[in-house]
Design a protein around this ligand. Structure first.
Ligand code: ADP
Ligand code: ZN
Ligand code: ZN
Length: 736
């Protein structure tokens, strides 16, 4: 850390800095010459605190009184932690999302850098050989061998151990002054010129794959592609081959995956194909691992980077291609703080760097389908599975007027029994964990409700507790009704625990495994369950959507969704799109290998147009119809939305903020912008907070942005703003 010399005022110049504070502005400080370059960190006084800030420019003038501008406390970097291209992207993102710039920039930095730690790798221990008299080793063969090894080059203890050199041997050498353990910084690896591709296990491409690969390989400059490929059609193989020329040219590839998609199998697939440094970036890494991975992207040491949402904001030395797998996945949108959509920013980044970008999915988002239809993206289609893999048959089972046992109709039980008898596996989906979504008094009708939310407690029979899935509050199940004293408390509705229990009775000769968040909390237990399924230890699988994504189980021949009716009548206009995506993902679990599969949707609304469309015509057709409906209703992607959310311990405070905001905004709005609300959240109270929102919807982005800017300016003048927590969400993915 360099302390700025205490020099006379004359030699100080201005620095413009962003700070991690929720204010939509930059800050000016004084700093002695030579000034740290834009992108370097400084520490600065802010109120009575010291904050880490990031230099964005060297302004000539300031709008503030020069005599009151404070000097920086210290300069933290010699070279920028964020380069010019990254800063430009972040500045643009702050503008677009109308988010405080400091919070945007700091989102791009690993936690250790936010805290002001040096931007360097963790030093590693390495053994070095020292010059000296090796005569005393005459009879110590092991020490001689170890020394010979070290003479060829320094080596970390782990690698020495792998070659059979014990620490006792090394310590003996050290005692004799012939070797020494030192801390050194790892040198960035340069893998260019060493790109080899492992041809083993590289399949012969299908015609569709070959076309996709050749178009991707020929792509030059900014070229966005939508790779629409049914589950199991070999999208990953297309990514792998599209990457080849990019890597051979020495450029890096960023592969973005959903939170749940970053499995050891995914990483292993990339490692197996390329003998190159693969690095991962995700939220489960500790601070040090994250910084080291971040540095490897920035200095170019990492050839292939596989990461979740935040990987998009990482600096890259030579990024040559971006791939977004499962591009429709909701986890690419950040839902708090800086609410960016990594897919949307990825497109911008590709445009800025003049590189190709591929969005892949079996169920593309409507936004992306719309962009493909309008010619903004080039569409690549994989409509078939390679080899003998067959597509599943789809069935709608009417669950009206039949006796359901733990949610299973007799017909479904029959179909399950047939598959199980053939030695196949059956997979059931129910997106509700716990035993029952409500606990009710049979005598007086009392329902166990969460005190802090407008919601029922879910009853978990294991542990006999009530758990609110909205605020996470838990308590013991009461032995009797607090209202009438009856002990006759019963669960209503269906959860995975209950289905699991019923399956043990209905199919006692088969073993069942349940997979949901409750029984996969322990690290590694999810993988362990998956392993058990693959090994055939279980015949019946019951799980939530955790089980739906990307896992290959060749013996599953029947998958059934037990209850999707809730999603058919949800308030959110995106509910149908999400249901369809989940359905197709689930369907993709059946018939993956050579065995044909069946996909069953059990519903009380077998005539519902959406379900009919999905089961009979497939996702593409469904999306087309649903997009036409959105077009008629003027909903996104045919319009643009921004949502002001507000929460407080009193509902009144929210209204005191949002009502005048809407009132003052309305007269200033052009005809192209609609202001809806304020209205309360569907679940008005959550975790003790009342929640309200106001939606702006516009036919063009420019008008929407200026309406939002106007609203932000009004919000700053409202006294009630201090009594509530409020935020702006540009392109919201969900209403409250
Ligand atoms: P997706 O990502 O579209 O779900 P994958 O890339 O995971 O599909 O491919 C599904 C399976 O098919 C994988 O086991 C993969 O190795 C295999 N596969 C992909 N392409 C081919 C091909 N051309 N020939 C044979 N097998 C293939
Ligand atoms: Zn009662
Ligand atoms: Zn609650």
């Amino acid at each position: 850390m360099k302390k700025p010399a205490t020099s006379p005022q004359a030699q100080q110049a201005l620095l413009r800095v962003v700070l991690p504070v929720p204010l939509r502005r930059e800050f000016d400080y004084l700093c002695p010459q030579p000034l740290p370059a834009p992108g370097c960190r400084v520490s600065v006084p802010f109120g009575n605190r010291t904050l880490v800030g990031l230099v964005v420019s060297h302004p000539e003038h300031t709008e503030f009184d020069l005599s009151r501008i404070k000097p920086v406390t210290a300069v933290l970097d010699d070279t920028p932690v964020l380069g010019g291209a990254e800063r430009q992207l972040l500045a643009w993102a702050a503008q677009y999302y109308l988010h405080p710039p400091g919070e945007v920039y700091f989102q791009a930095l690993p936690t250790l850098l936010r805290k002001g730690e040096p931007a360097g790798y963790k030093p590693v221990e390495v053994w070095h050989a020292l010059d000296g008299d090796s005569a005393p080793l005459a009879r110590a063969i092991k020490q001689q061998q170890a020394l010979a090894l070290l003479t060829q080059g320094a080596m970390p203890p782990g690698e020495l151990a792998a070659r059979g050199v014990t620490s006792a041997t090394l310590n003996a050498l050290a005692k004799k002054g012939l070797a020494e353990k030192r801390q050194t910084l790892p040198t960035p690896s340069d893998w260019r010129g060493e790109v080899t591709i492992n041809e083993d296990g590289k399949p012969r491409l299908t015609t569709e794959q070959a076309l996709a690969v050749s178009l991707l390989q020929q792509a030059e400059g900014f070229s966005p592609f939508l790779l629409e490929g049914i589950t199991g059609s070999g999208k990953t193989e297309v990514y792998l081959q599209a990457m080849e020329p990019v890597l051979k040219a020495g450029r890096q590839v960023l592969v973005m995956v959903p939170e749940i998609g970053l499995t050891p199998q995914t990483i292993a697939r990339f490692q197996r194909r390329f003998s190159l440094p693969v690095c991962t970036l995700h939220s489960a890494m500790n601070e040090r691992e994250r910084l080291d991975a971040w540095l490897a992207c920035k200095d170019g040491s990492a050839a292939i980077v596989i990461g979740t949402r935040s990987a998009l904001l990482t600096p890259f030395a030579r990024l040559g291609l971006i791939i977004i797998d499962e591009e429709h996945d909701g986890s690419f949108k950040q839902q708090d703080g800086f609410r960016y959509h990594a897919r949307d920013l990825a497109l911008l980044r590709a445009q800025q760097l003049h590189i190709p970008i591929v969005l892949g999915s079996a169920t593309p988002s409507f936004e992306s389908l719309h962009n493909a239809a309008s010619g903004k993206y080039r569409l690549l289609t994989l409509s078939q599975r390679p080899g003998s893999a067959t597509l599943a048959e789809h069935l709608l089972l009417d669950s009206r007027h039949v006796q359901l046992e733990a949610g299973l109709s007799p017909q479904l039980q029959q179909l399950m029994a047939e598959e199980l008898e053939k030695g196949n596996q059956v997979m059931l989906f129910l997106n509700r964990r716990g035993y029952a979504p409500a606990l009710l008094c049979h005598d007086c009708g009392w329902v166990a409700d969460c005190e802090r939310c407008d919601a029922h407690y879910t009853w978990h029979k294991s542990g006999n507790r009530l758990h609110c899935h909205h605020c996470d509050h838990q308590r013991a199940r009461p032995p009797r009704c607090p209202h009438c004293g009856s002990t006759h408390l019963v669960g209503t509705g269906l959860g995975t625990e209950q289905v699991e229990q019923a399956l043990a009775m209905l199919f006692p000769q088969y073993s069942t495994i349940r997979i949901d968040r409750d029984n996969t909390r322990r690290k590694g237990s999810f993988e362990q369950h998956l392993e058990g399924i693959r090994a055939g230890k279980y015949q019946i699988l019951i799980g939530t959507q955790m089980l739906a994504k990307g896992h290959h189980f060749p013996d599953v021949t029947l998958v059934a969704m037990l209850d999707v009716d809730g999603a058919l009548f949800a308030g959110d206009f995106r509910a149908a799109e999400r249901l369809a995506q989940l359905y197709i993902q689930v369907a993709g679990r059946a018939g993956r290998a050579s065995k044909p599969g069946r996909v069953i949707l059990q519903t009380h609304h077998p005539d519902h147009a959406l379900l009919q469309d999905l089961a009979n015509q497939g996702y593409r057709h469904f999306a087309h119809t649903a997009l036409q409906e959105r077009h008629q209703a003027g909903l996104p992607p045919y319009s643009y939305q921004a949502l002001f959310r507000c929460q407080a311990t009193q509902g009144e405070a929210c209204r005191e903020f949002l009502v005048p905001l809407a009132q003052q905004l309305a007269p200033a709005l052009p005809a192209s912008v609609l202001c809806l609300g304020p209205f309360s959240a569907r679940m008005e109270r959550k975790a003790g907070q009342y929640r309200y929102q106001m939606l702006l919807q516009a036919s063009n982005r420019r008008d929407l942005a200026s309406a939002c800017r106007r609203a932000l300016a009004i919000a700053d003048t409202l006294p009630a703003a201090r009594k509530v927590r409020w935020s702006l969400d540009m392109d919201p993915q969900e209403l409250w």
